[in-house]
Design a protein around this ligand. Structure first.
Ligand code: MN
Length: 213
């Protein structure tokens, strides 16, 4: 029997990100939305060529294929959320350090301009989606993707992401996505995780071996 995908434990307690993201939001976002992506994905791949395949392989082979859009959506959302939970931490935010900070300085002309670009991208994603800091062919970029779409479907390496689906903030911020995004950037971004992703950027093969399941 091939192994099914499972909902990995959150890397912190439900209330660790409060008051920026409440325990109630985490309860729905992780406990309902993310859990449902995992359960739906397992049902969709059962008995297909994708059963037992690594998550990233499923994402890459179904990306852009109309007949496999449901599998893609649920596989990519599972991956996006595993990644997203690690992008946040209690007492996070502030400025990045080390080589990544240096590249941000070089690329954007300072942290303040970078922050403005990331916030603007997250706010302007029309409807559901994600804002990402990525390494694309050696260049640091801020990009946005709609719905479940993600950088690994395009062979671009993500360093950080912000979920801008309404389910990520509506209980705490209602329509004020800008306030949510500002607070996440200032207080929750996990720059240590981004630096790890950045330093692994030259490794060949899968982006996140630990995230295969
Ligand atoms: Mn989400």
């Amino acid at each position: 029997m091939p192994q099914s995908f499972t909902l990995p434990p959150l890397p912190y307690a439900d209330d660790a990100l409060a008051p920026v993201i409440s325990a109630k939001t985490i309860g729905f976002h992780y406990g309902k939305h993310h859990k449902t992506y995992v359960e739906t994905l397992n049902k969709l791949v059962a008995g297909t060529e994708f059963e037992g395949q690594p998550l990233e392989d499923i994402i890459r082979s179904t990306a852009g294929k109309n007949e496999q859009v449901q599998i893609f959506n649920n596989a990519a959302q599972h991956w996006n959320h595993i990644f997203y939970w690690q992008c946040l931490r209690a007492k996070g935010g502030g400025k990045p350090k080390g080589e990544l900070a240096h590249l941000i300085e070089q690329t954007y002309g300072g942290y303040a301009k970078f922050k403005a670009e990331l916030a603007d991208t997250a706010i302007k994603q029309f409807g559901s989606g994600w804002a990402w800091l990525v390494m694309d062919k050696g260049s640091l970029k801020v990009i946005k993707t709609g719905n479940a779409d993600n950088p690994i479907a395009r062979n671009i390496r993500p360093l950080l992401t912000i979920d801008v689906w309404e389910h990520a903030y509506y209980l705490d911020y209602q329509n004020r996505r800008n306030d949510h995004v500002d607070a996440v950037i200032d207080k929750l971004l996990n720059w240590e995780f981004a630096a790890e992703n950045f330093s692994n950027a030259g490794v060949s093969g899968g982006f996140m071996p630990a995230m295969a399941r």
